[in-house]
Design a protein around this ligand. Structure first.
Ligand SMILES: [Zn+2]
Length: 346
């Protein structure tokens, strides 16, 4: 073999080893269809099936717990490892995702908002009240803290199915808001996110009191699991349950004592429901700004062995097990997911 060949081979081997550090944790929220999805949380069932086909065919699938164990023990990470996780604890994780996961034998970790089992998520309620057909007063006025939020809905106060249908694809990532309802949704979402659960609910209650939705139970599939459903989801071992706080707050916005209640409380509630230790945690929203060093200390102190963020990167030997990065998966085709995975490993 010529020297140059050897050099090429060595470089190739190095490149392959480098890629071997590239395990990726996928972050899903919902598997379902819906006519609005302002927060881009939903992946259509056919597309989720495509994703599973891709990863079963081309990746080494492992549970999040096994991936965390491999990082902790300093052992070899699989060359093309993938772990599947879901945040929030939506009912469609049982109804739509579980059968597909079972068919392919893919394990997943579902991070559950322990205090909202059988309840609803504020962002879904906001979407139901504002972005689906129905009537609102022309001038919507809401007090949030010291601020009064006033938006003139104009003709969109009476929001017919036809008008709503023209903007179902609108999401918070769009630069332009097609009408005052989208503007109000965006303003409210930004102001409600950092609030405590009870304050948030008070604002939504006031909004609900002046709303007349055309379909009072619209978007009913978009709801958290009940406890009984969560128990069915976690039966037979393919799905592991992790904690995602009690009320889904921005932890960094809370004083220590409240953070502790949210973190320890979610662990205690889930352990009581399942009679076994809950070791994995996921920070609500998960961005760098949504939790801080004190949050990480509390999560560690509560007895969690690993915790997931919503920061895009691959997992390697040096990954901080209390800041595990994930790839936030959108409603992509299988090809698009493959592209994103290789991008992340490049
Ligand atoms: Zn969440």
């Amino acid at each position: 073999m010529r020297t140059s060949d050897r050099r090429v081979r060595r470089r190739l081997a190095r490149a392959i080893r480098k890629r071997a550090r590239g395990a990726v944790v996928l972050l899903y929220h919902r598997v379902g269809d819906g006519d609005t999805d302002a927060q881009l949380l939903s992946v259509a069932p056919e597309r989720f099936a495509e994703h599973l086909e891709l990863i079963v065919g081309e990746e080494e699938i492992l549970s999040l717990a096994d991936l965390a164990l491999a990082v902790r023990s300093g052992g070899d990470l699989p060359g093309r490892g993938v772990a599947v996780t879901f945040d929030d604890g939506y009912a469609d994780n049982l109804i739509a995702a579980k059968p597909l996961l079972e068919r392919r034998g893919v394990p997943a970790t579902v991070f559950v908002t322990a205090g909202l089992l059988g309840g609803r998520f504020w962002w879904d309620e906001l979407e139901r009240l504002l972005l689906r057909p129905g009537r609102l007063p022309r001038l919507v006025s809401l007090e949030i803290g010291d601020e009064e939020l006033r938006v003139d809905l104009g003709e969109d106060a009476d929001y017919g199915a036809g008008r709503a249908a023209r903007v179902t694809r609108w999401t918070v990532l769009d630069r332009n808001d097609p009408g005052p309802r989208q503007r109000l949704y965006r303003l409210l979402a930004d102001r409600l996110r950092p609030l405590e659960h009870d304050e948030r609910e008070r604002v939504i209650d006031r909004l609900r009191a002046v709303t007349a939705p055309d379909e009072p139970n619209g978007a009913a599939a978009r709801r958290p699991l009940t406890l009984a459903e969560l128990q069915r989801l976690a039966a037979h071992g393919l799905i592991d349950v992790g904690a995602h706080t009690v009320t889904h707050p921005v932890l960094a916005a809370l004083p220590q004592a409240r953070q502790r209640e949210e973190i320890e409380g979610s662990k205690a509630r889930l352990e009581e429901a399942f009679g076994r230790p809950v070791r994995a945690f996921s920070y609500p929203y998960g961005t760098i700004a949504s939790f801080d060093d004190s949050t990480v200390r509390l999560v560690r102190g509560a007895g969690f062995t690993h915790a997931c963020a919503n920061v895009q990167d691959r997992v390697g030997g040096g990954t901080d097990l209390y800041r595990i990065p994930r790839l936030l998966v959108r409603d992509w085709s299988g090809d698009e997911l493959a592209r994103r995975l290789s991008q992340l490993r490049a």
